[in-house]
Design a protein around this ligand. Structure first.
Ligand code: SF4
Length: 390
């Protein structure tokens, strides 16, 4: 049976029993993140996961710690969607998220997922940090508080609280100001966008967060949003409209590409061999592959080289679907961030360019664990642009 997820993918409420196709075999075990290689069981691959969900819905198996781990090991990277040959391929990620929703409703979720959701519920962020710490990253930068400017620059939880990501947020924001973009941040009034909450299956909490944000953006008169993080970009663009939140949404690389095109940012040069890592929520989930590459290609002296798996087939860093916070995928030689670090090195790059603070952290960890620090480093696209300016 073909599934129907209407409109708001983030508010999936469909009954899973009418979701799982019953007459077609699940997708190939070898597509996507190939977690079956890491975990040595096919149930960790998309096809195996589909069989497992179907057996669960048919009451042939019961939930267990292992079952939860398998459902939460999906990074929602959507690579399986690209490779699956079946008619229901577009619905794969929604099926996995809907299965998680059933687990959340039944109160049977892994402890790291429970803790993540609790922290968002209590603190509005997963770091257990107070709200008044949220805008502190912008201190000492020319970035102002939002007060009716043309754009809201929405940073998100990682950009607001993580030390490495705060530096990226400050670089992106400063670049935009330098180029004359009229924008401001919400600072301590900003709260979680909910993308990972939705991916982890807490549809109710996601709706609360989205509605809060929509109300606060509308009250402030926000019409256009620039996001730091592709995850927030995805939520605002794809999930908020179904809840009444209609905004013009841009990822910052789209704005930077335009600023370079219109010569509001001029580039002197940056000599380096760089490969670009597509974030799943900017690439596969939203089809934006060109803007970051256009920026990098416009820098004199920069050699852009592609990894074998790039664009629609790019390999996930392993941080998606909330795994950045829950670490259910864990470490080991076959962990996605370590595999990706090796792929970048094999491509001959000295720098991995990223356009997502979560990818930046995941890949830096992968490089460190692989002991490649002296041969490879991670830079955000904005950091590279900053270096390339006169
Ligand atoms: S979305 Fe990514 S991690 Fe999840 S099953 Fe598909 S390929 Fe694997």
């Amino acid at each position: 049976m073909r599934i129907l997820f209407t409109g708001v993918s983030g508010a999936v409420t469909a009954n899973l029993r009418v979701i799982i196709p019953t007459s077609t075999a699940p997708p190939t075990a070898n597509s996507g993140l190939r977690l079956n290689s890491k975990f040595r069981f096919e149930t960790y691959a998309p096809g195996g996961r589909m069989w497992l969900i179907r057996a669960w819905l048919n009451d042939e198996i019961k939930t267990s710690d292992r079952f939860q781990e398998i459902l939460y090991s999906c990074a929602t990277c959507a690579n399986c969607v690209e490779h699956c040959v079946f008619t229901f391929s577009e619905d794969l990620v929604n099926i996995f998220i809907a299965a998680r929703e059933e687990l959340v409703n039944e109160g049977i979720i892994p402890p790291p997922v429970r803790d993540f959701l609790k922290n968002i519920n209590v603190n509005g962020n997963p770091y257990k940090e107070p709200a008044n710490e949220r805008g502190k990253w912008a201190k000492g930068t020319p970035i102002e508080t939002y007060d009716g400017q043309e754009y809201l620059f929405y940073v998100g939880c990682v950009g607001s609280y993580d030390e490495r990501a705060k530096k990226i947020a400050a670089t992106v924001g400063s670049l935009l100001v330098k180029a004359g973009v009229s924008m401001g941040i919400l600072g301590e009034k900003e709260t979680c966008d909910g993308n990972e909450v939705r991916a982890l299956g807490e549809a109710g909490l996601f709706k609360v967060l989205a509605e809060q944000n929509i109300e606060s953006f509308n009250k402030l008169g926000v019409k256009k949003i620039i996001t730091l993080d592709p995850h927030a970009f995805n939520s605002f663009k794809n999930d908020y409209p179904g809840l009444g939140g209609e905004f013009e949404v841009y990822h910052y690389t789209q704005v930077l590409a335009q600023l370079i095109r219109s010569k509001k940012i001029t580039l002197k040069g940056y000599k380096a061999k760089i490969t670009y890592h597509d974030p799943c929520y900017l690439g596969r989930h939203n089809g934006e592959y060109k803007a970051p590459r256009e920026i990098l290609k416009s820098i004199p002296g920069l050699e852009l080289i592609e990894m074998d798996r790039n664009g629609e087939n790019a390999f996930c860093c392993g941080g998606g679907g909330g795994n950045f916070f829950t670490d259910i995928l864990g470490g080991g030689e076959d962990s996605p961030n370590r595999i990706r670090a090796r792929e970048a090195l094999d491509a001959g790059a000295g720098i991995i360019a990223v356009a997502c603070p979560q990818c930046a952290k995941m890949l830096e960890d992968g490089i460190k664990t692989e002991e490649l620090d002296d041969r490879l480093k991670v830079m955000d696209v904005a950091e590279i642009v900053m270096q390339a300016m006169p």
